[in-house]
Design a protein around this ligand. Structure first.
Ligand SMILES: Cc1ncc(COP(=O)(O)O)c(C=O)c1O
Length: 382
């Protein structure tokens, strides 16, 4: 038997998922693990979303849909841009996707060829780097160092060294929670446009900012590709449903590639997601709890010697410098899970250079869990 293994398959593991698997193994043995490892809301999808899915299941037939998604969902997403941002976005520029993860595949495949150079920030969400590497795109990681977010100056410097074809950033960001202020975002997009660099903006943590209102990159031009998802604010991770807002020229290429890669996003999740925009009251209550958790961690983590390496402006992450305790955050995270039964993510996922110095704590869980996790870590460190 011959087994063929491509070089592309040799991407970094997503360590947060490995830690989650280990936490799940311990839980199955009856160990009461508190998980702060994965960026996943602990609440279910809003009641009206689940009711719509229940009704669709009763009605019976769940099938393929148009590749770019159900017309009613594309319309609901377009209306969300009018309601939330005051922007007029036609439903024809919206593509519904199987989570934002599928949207990355589609954007990278439709926008870049093997060998193209695309910039991302480090630390950053690991799937950007891993998917692009698997597709043969050259990933240019811009180390943020002491700075909270990517800005126009970073882009100019990287482009001067060797021209870039694209840039991808998230605001609020994972793992830092940092938000790019509106004026800086505007300058970043303008610089990219002046230099001929295509922009992809990951807006999956929109509606989860604590200090400033959301600004969509779409406000600065219709040539940017925006990626978003129902996973985070809308508490729908397992429903695997997201969307893209595309420049006109990219709609048909994305549709052609999606036809073959996915046929369509899941119909059940699409029917349910239409209801998500009407669940604001329920979802704002969930966000209120994140804000409460955030207050707690902003105080407790530094007290425990985990200094905050970013401002916690948005998302549901505290990104910490752990060098007071260790110079190997991967081993430290494994020991903390095994001995204190608290799971958190080592920085290596987000930054291959400096990640041994950092860890990310997700505060998307219950408040009681956060209190318990801090108490356990305190006892363990003593
Ligand atoms: C910045 C960012 N983008 C995208 C995703 C993927 O989300 P999904 O595929 O569930 O939409 C995540 C998940 O953690 C994320 O943190």
């Amino acid at each position: 038997m011959v087994v063929s293994l491509s070089r592309r398959g040799n991407v970094e593991p997503f360590h947060a998922m490995d830690i989650l698997a280990e936490a799940n193994r311990l839980k199955a043995q009856g160990v009461p693990v508190v998980s702060m490892a994965v960026g996943q809301p602990s609440d279910p999808a809003p009641a009206r979303v689940r009711a719509a899915a229940g009704k669709a299941l009763q009605d019976g037939r769940i099938g393929y849909t148009d590749t770019l998604g159900l017309a009613a969902l594309r319309k609901a997403i377009a209306e969300h841009y009018a309601d939330h941002y005051g922007l007029d976005v036609p439903p024809s520029r919206i593509a519904v996707t199987t989570g934002s993860s599928a949207a990355f595949n589609l954007a990278f495949l439709a926008m870049f060829d093997p060998g193209d150079r695309v910039a991302i920030a480090a630390p950053g969400y690991p799937a950007y780097r891993n998917i692009m590497a698997a597709l043969g795109i050259e990933v240019v990681e811009i180390e943020l160092g002491e700075e909270a977010y990517l800005h126009a100056g970073h882009l100019e410097t990287a482009h001067r060294e060797k021209p870039l074809k694209g840039v991808l950033f998230a605001s609020p960001a994972n793992p830092t929670g940092a938000v790019i202020p509106a004026a800086e975002l505007s300058a970043l997009v303008k610089t990219a446009q002046d230099l001929g660099i295509a922009v992809i903006s990951d807006e999956i943590y929109h509606r989860l900012a604590y200090a400033a209102p959301d600004t969509t990159t779409l406000a600065y031009g219709s040539s940017v590709t925006v990626i978003n998802s129902f996973s985070k604010y809308y508490c729908m991770t397992g429903w695997r449903i997201g969307w893209m807002v595309l420049p006109e020229e990219l709609v048909r290429p994305v549709e052609r590639i999606a036809q073959s890669l996915y046929i369509s996003p899941p119909e059940l999740s699409q029917i349910a997601a239409i209801e998500a925009f009407a669940a604001t009251e329920e979802l704002e209550a969930v966000k209120g709890r994140y804000a409460w958790n955030r207050e707690l961690l902003m105080k407790r983590l530094p007290e425990l010697g985990f200094s905050l390496a970013a401002p916690m402006d948005g998302a549901f992450y505290a990104f910490c410098d752990v060098t007071r305790h260790t110079n190997d955050s991967m081993a430290f995270a494994r020991r903390m899970l095994a001995e204190a039964h608290v799971a958190a993510t080592p920085g290596r996922d987000f930054d291959t250079q400096a990640g041994h110095r950092t860890m990310r704590f997700s505060y998307a869980g219950s408040h009681d869990d956060m209190v318990e996790a801090m108490a356990r870590i305190e006892r363990w460190l003593r």
